[in-house]
Design a protein around this ligand. Structure first.
Ligand SMILES: NC(=O)c1ccc[n+]([C@@H]2O[C@H](COP(=O)([O-])OP(=O)(O)OC[C@H]3O[C@@H](n4cnc5c(N)ncnc54)[C@H](O)[C@@H]3O)[C@@H](O)[C@H]2O)c1
Ligand SMILES: O=C(O)C[C@H](O)C(=O)O
Ligand SMILES: [Mn+2]
Length: 551
């Protein structure tokens, strides 16, 4: 393809802005289309960061960064890589929740995403083809936006979660931004505020479920897999009724990943292993309570349960360590409303003297004395002082992970948990939390967010040319994060800091790729796993242009 000067300046994959050299300006007809000074990438980064710093709110900062992203990918990712911990909460969660809620009102441009709708399924192939525009797509993040974070159904506006998750893939793991595609499946929305909003940009109809919905997903999956044979297909923020079914349907056929189920399972298991390193306890001695047993809650339990079995417990012994609490309270096996994922861990009423009283988290904690409490309930402030004190009265190092996102939905703050337990709690949060200083000790708070693992998991799987994503690879990812924290430091965090995200993404990728090769899943021969991973990583630096000018 030939590029006119205007096409080059408006293509974020190729544009260098003021960093186009004189030779490039001569060759591609850019003289007079840019100010005359020629800048280096580091000058551009410095200038962009100075502009970023003048933006007074997180939302304005994010909008500025998106503008940069839409203009020049190299500059955006170079800047992001230099400020990874600072930018994560701006580009991604929690600020992304604001941009999703206000997507239609804030809309400026479609950001190279693919918008598929259930009423125009004959356009799926052409839309994917035109969005890819000849690029070799290796990674798609797709959402139907029924369960965005904990904020619910946002219809087409949920496309931003696909865009944002992909940005993290590149910043954290070096996935080439020209090989990715964000996709939203618009199957309608049950969010009445959107249906009533005349600015709403999605389909103005109730969400479709059942066979018609699954046929739509299936048509998309078949089209994407047919068009991009080396695809890693990441599902994000589907509703509770569909997420697990979709994963089950495709995981033996294609390389698919559900972030909320599997990614969250990995990061929480890694956090628990980190907590065990700090407390010097055994994982298989823990009593685990999940508050909110939906997509993420049940996904995490499944991963941790598998680990108990790997560590030598029988399935029956392992199951006895898990308690699920949802809206109705402790989940019992005679409850006809249980999801398939909940059924396996539901308890028998005969285990308790007064099962009918176990209808709240407080009652369940008192009855069970969990040593681990993980919140994926979307219910803010539900880990109250009295519940936490009750739990902490029966275990030396209570492990408490309030994981509901965004910030406004967290079950508790890290600071309160440290305070209420006199510094004994081992805490990780879903969104970034500042250090907590209590009684002379500074506690670093790990971030148990799947963003810490999904980039490395994807990179490792793609680099290994793995034809599936298996439990073995997922387990390898969870185990790879151990050893990155100095656990004997007072106040040590259960997970490594986000400042090291690029390093540990690589650690995860190497472990996952090695496991894929060990399981003989690689489609291309691989002799050196680390070299294969390194070769897959894109760097945010300018290269000579390999395109023809049309001047
Ligand atoms: N930190 C992370 O990496 C991470 C990853 C995935 C999800 N999450 C968070 O977890 C939360 C849940 O996400 P999900 O995808 O599992 O959603 P989901 O809708 O599948 O599950 C939420 C569950 O909470 C239950 N619930 C609702 N009200 C409750 C109440 N009052 N008491 C007890 N349970 C209640 C629901 O019935 C449901 O089973 C969200 O806030 C999301 O942001 C965090
Ligand atoms: O997006 C996040 O911050 C994590 C997770 O996937 C979620 O749904 O909350
Ligand atoms: Mn999610």
């Amino acid at each position: 393809m030939k590029y006119t000067p205007q096409q080059l300046l408006h293509d974020p994959f190729l544009n260098k802005g003021t960093a186009f050299s004189q030779a490039e300006r001569d060759q591609y007809g850019l003289n007079g289309l840019l100010p005359s000074a020629i800048q280096s990438l580091s000058q551009q980064v410095k200038q962009a960061y100075a502009q970023y710093e003048t933006k007074p709110t997180a939302l304005l900062k994010r909008q500025f960064l998106m503008q940069l992203f839409n203009t020049n990918h190299v500059l955006f990712y170079q800047l992001f890589s230099q400020h990874i911990a600072e930018f994560m909460p701006i580009v991604y969660d929690p600020t992304i929740a604001d941009t999703i809620e206000n997507y239609s009102a804030l809309f400026v441009e479609p950001q190279n995403a693919t918008y598929l709708n259930i009423n125009a399924q004959n356009q799926i192939e052409s839309a994917l083809k035109h969005s890819a525009n000849g690029r070799d797509i290796r990674l798609i993040v797709v959402t139907d936006a029924e369960g965005i974070l904990g904020i619910g159904d946002w219809g087409t506006q949920g496309v931003d979660i696909a865009v944002g998750k992909l940005m993290v893939y590149t910043a954290a793991a070096g996935i080439d931004p020209s090989q990715v595609l964000p996709v939203v499946l618009d199957a309608g929305t049950n969010n009445q505020a959107l249906l009533d909003d005349d600015l709403y940009l999605g389909l103005r109809q109730k969400r479709v479920y059942g066979e018609a919905y699954h046929a739509f997903v299936d048509r998309f999956v078949a089209a994407a897999e047919g068009m991009f044979p080396n695809l890693y297909l990441h599902f994000e923020d589907f509703g509770r009724a569909n997420a697990a079914d979709i994963l089950d349907q495709y995981q033996d056929q294609y390389t698919v990943f559900n972030d909320d189920i599997q990614g969250t399972g990995i990061i929480v298991l890694a956090g628990l292993l980190g907590a065990m390193n700090i407390s010097k306890q055994k994982l298989t001695d823990q009593v685990y309570m999940s508050f909110g047993a939906g997509t993420a809650g049940a996904g995490i339990v499944a991963r941790v349960y598998d680990e108990f079995i790997q560590q030598g417990l029988s399935a029956d012994e392992a199951r006895k360590h898990f308690y699920l609490v949802d809206k109705q309270g402790l989940l019992f096996d005679d409850d006809p409303t249980l999801t398939p994922a909940q059924k396996h861990f539901a308890r028998s009423r005969s285990e308790f003297a007064h099962p009918e009283a176990l209808t709240s988290l407080a009652a369940a904690v008192t009855a069970v004395h969990p040593t681990v409490l993980v919140g994926t309930s979307t219910q803010p402030g539900t880990f109250t002082q009295s519940i936490v004190e009750d739990m902490a009265a029966h275990t030396e190092r209570p492990i408490i992970f309030p994981l509901s996102n965004p910030t406004k939905l967290a079950e508790a703050t890290a600071e309160d948990l440290i305070k209420w337990t006199d510094g004994r709690a081992l805490v990780a949060t879903g969104i970034p939390a500042a250090d907590v200083t209590y009684d002379g000790v500074t506690y670093a708070i790990g971030q148990a967010n799947n963003a810490l693992v999904y980039p490395g998991l994807g990179l490792g799987t793609i680099a290994a040319t793995s034809k599936r994503l298996t439990d073995g690879m997922i387990s390898a990812a969870a185990h790879s994060l151990g050893g990155l924290v100095d656990v004997d430091q007072p106040g040590a965090a259960v997970l490594p800091p986000v400042t090291k995200l690029d390093q540990f993404s690589k650690t995860v990728a190497n472990a996952v790729a090695a496991q894929a090769v060990a399981e003989k899943l690689n489609q291309n021969p691989i002799t050196d796993v680390k070299a294969a991973v390194a070769a897959m990583q894109w760097q945010p630096v300018y290269h000579d242009l390999d395109i023809e000018p049309e001047v």
